[in-house]
Design a protein. Sequence first.
Length: 510
Amino acid sequence: MLWLIVLLVTCLYYISRKKLQYFSSRGVRTLPPIPFLGNLAAVTFGKENFVEAIANGYNEFKNERYFGLYQYLVPTLIPRDPELIRQIIVRDFNAFSDRGVHIGTDCDPMFGRNLIMLRGSTWKSMRTVLSPAFSATRCRSMAPLMAESAEAVVQHLKEQVSGELLMDVNEITTAYVNDVIASCAFGFAVNSLKEPNNCIFQLAKTAVVQDTTQVMKFFGYENMKTVLKMLDVKIIKRKHAEQFSQLFKSALNARRENLAGPRPDFIQTLVDAAQGKLKQEMELDINSNQDKCTEKFTDDDLVAQAVLFYVAGYDTTANLINYFLYEMAANPEAQQRLQQEIDTMPGGEDVDLYEVVQELEYLEMCTSEVLRLWPLVGSADRRSVQTYDFGPTYPGSQDRLVAPPGIHVWLPLYSLHRDERYWTNPDVFDPERFTSRNKAKIVPYTYLPFGTGPRHCIGSRFAVLAAKVFLTGFFKKYSTRCTERPRRLCPRAFILRPAEGFNITVQPRN
Ligand code: HEM
């Protein structure tokens, strides 16, 4: 028996060694990989976040246009050169139209249906159906729903905070974002601070938070798909998928029967799409994709897109607000200037909140800077669908990678945002980088908090608006203060967040 195990381990070791020579045999630089674990040993053992694993190579190979990294045994190319990044995500999009990790409906019927996982023409059709839900017109009508949820938080703080209070602000921001998504995507009015046991908040907290197990499942699917399928491992557990499904379908049916009248939310978009009412709005929105939708989608497909708000929008938007509150706490002068700007906001029922929030210039500068320092999704992924010539490894090099279809690409967003070649004092919070004059000087493709090209974040307008509506409500009444900088990123999380949480002092303004 023992010799059989030794034989098996030896065989696996040699297979692993062979796979881990992919880059070195082609002249592509890579940090020394570890058998089986590739370059993710520290990530696996909870020592660093995977954006730090990317940063190790990014900072080491300063002269390369790209370098290699192994997600366990999967060779993954990291482009460093902004021009190469443009080619991959914009110019040659047709060669990189898929995402890296693919979890199909055969593995996870709900997760496999969402826009992030879809491929080819199915992705294109679904993107066309969903785009109007995030148009300026729709976001404008969602702004008052967001304001109601923000007001609920301020009201809660009024009852809880008389002097100053040290708190993990994630508790209030996740409640707010849950209420916004419940209201804007599912059509339910909930107040998660008052009723923390409401089923949709419980579901959000248990089903989709990007914790350690979720991250390991993702990497597992890429490296040992058959094993995970056999073990019936799902990103969204069957029980949670059923609960989400019931919730959303009941809301969808009520809307179809027009029981509660139309509401400016996501469900309405889906109902309108089915009835062909969206054409006019799509024509108004210059960002919407006006290609013809060629596929028919079932209610299960639609449920998966509503859950997408939780999968892609819940943790990200809450942490955008958290980091913002933290940066204001750490930079009191910026906070004061922001509050002065917010104090000038016109109020009243007739005000177009969407317009008013867009006009707050300093709020926009601070939001952009928070997203530079803390791009919540620190790396975006692609996978090639055609043979691709990545060009010389560095300018003038004889080595070049010509890869067959299937090569994984990770875009190093976090590293680009902190590269001193593109940003002076990159670790310093400085909103002045985003005045309209300075913005024009940013090197193209070095600032990509929402990615770019046809697969850019579909929810960016929604997320930024939700964050701004919360922040204007909050900073009108409260200030933040803190003494400690977050020391390290939470390892094994896809979303950037500090390992120690966001402990910030909140105090009412005079
Ligand atoms: C601050 C909040 C957010 C950040 C920083 C963020 C960032 C990103 C990034 C970097 C990508 C990859 C883009 C690329 O590959 O080029 C992405 C994709 C995506 N995001 Fe967001 N996101 C946020 C909020 C949201 C929200 C609220 C939604 C709402 C549903 C959302 C839905 C998506 C979807 C569906 C994709 C995949 C798009 C596709 O493959 O076609 N995101 N996001």
